[in-house]
Write a protein that binds this ligand. Structure first.
Ligand SMILES: [Cu+2]
Length: 117
């Protein structure tokens, strides 16, 4: 598994070599042709911002899964997930949740590993 992740990350800079196996639960397949979402939503006023390091993302589908997991946490207002940098910028209501809950939500996918930055 480790070597697949490594190869995937090494391939990220090459636009044509996207046929590698993906670490997401969607496994290997054509979904990896999906472009990573690039639009970045602003952190709303009143939200606290936190950056998480997210390991294991290889394509736009992975980004979507991490984003979905983060947005499912009550209090999260924004989740900007970047497959290239492996960083998730999250905006949240600090009275409803915290960074530990965000990390737990990503780790709860069982496919990606998050840590505080
Ligand atoms: Cu993927």
């Amino acid at each position: 598994m480790r070597s697949i992740i490594l190869v995937s990350f090494l391939s990220l800079g090459l636009p044509t070599s996207l046929a590698f196996a993906c670490e997401g639960e969607h496994a290997a397949g054509s979904h990896c042709d999906m472009p990573a979402a690039s639009a970045k939503a602003p952190i709303p006023a009143g939200s606290t911002a936190a950056n998480l390091k997210v390991e294991g993302m290889t394509c736009g589908m992975c980004v979507g899964k991490v984003q979905t997991a983060l947005m499912a946490v009550p209090g999260v207002t924004v989740a900007n997930v970047d497959v290239t940098t492996g960083v998730a910028e999250v905006g949240y209501d600090a009275s409803k949740t915290n960074v530990d809950a965000l990390v737990a939500a990503v780790n709860g996918t069982n496919h990606f590993k998050a840590s505080k930055l």
